[in-house]
Design a binder for this molecule. Sequence first.
Ligand SMILES: C[S@@+](CC[C@H](N)C(=O)[O-])C[C@H]1O[C@@H](n2cnc3c(N)ncnc32)[C@H](O)[C@@H]1O
Length: 210
Amino acid sequence: MLLFSSAIREMANKPFAKSAERNGGPILEVLRDEFSGSSKVLEIGSGTGQHAARFAAELQHLQWQTSDLDENHDGINAWVSGARLTNLLPPLSLDVLTAELPTMLYDAAYSANTAHIMSVDAVNKMFAIIGSSLMEGGAFCLYGPFRHGGQFNTPSNAAFHEALRSRDSDMGIRHLEALDELGLDNGLSRVRLYAMPANNYIAVWHKGKI
Ligand SMILES: C[S@@+](CC[C@H](N)C(=O)[O-])C[C@H]1O[C@@H](n2cnc3c(N)ncnc32)[C@H](O)[C@@H]1O
């Protein structure tokens, strides 16, 4: 009975996003390949913490470092402590706009559904942080919707973009080509683009020469 009520309490403290539950499986399969030779991942914008808990459990060769704005830390900590994994670390306080540039601390980086939520300045800074924090050969996987060749891939993503802009004019679905330019400015070259369910993508950049 005691065990049962502590499990209920633990679940109640964990924020839950249906989208993160749904997209976690397909993203995991890409990360399994892309991070197969990696050991230390920095996640930017961990959100609820669901992805981190699932991916750290499935990819135990990785040390998974969560991070986000402070307001999301209670939720991420609930997932981290619930997971009881030695390879899953509590969140760093990391607002990309104000963070210092870490130097070559990680050999992988991951972020999901952040580039269209952050301002352009914040996206620029996210790439600078990742460019600086990755070791040579490190991989950055960014999940989300992108514009490609100047086009939205579906009318629903065009509508989503308009909805984001009316909520906050700094938000919006980014052009993949602009992200590639940003990557090059920060020592990152794109090596792959995966089409994902629900009209999303994973873009993969590598640090250094390819
Ligand atoms: C749509 S949520 C995505 C959460 C999670 N990655 C997922 O896919 O479910 C966007 C995330 O970006 C984070 N974020 C927004 N601005 C940020 C900033 N300046 N620095 C770091 N994270 C930021 C938010 O706090 C939030 O966790």
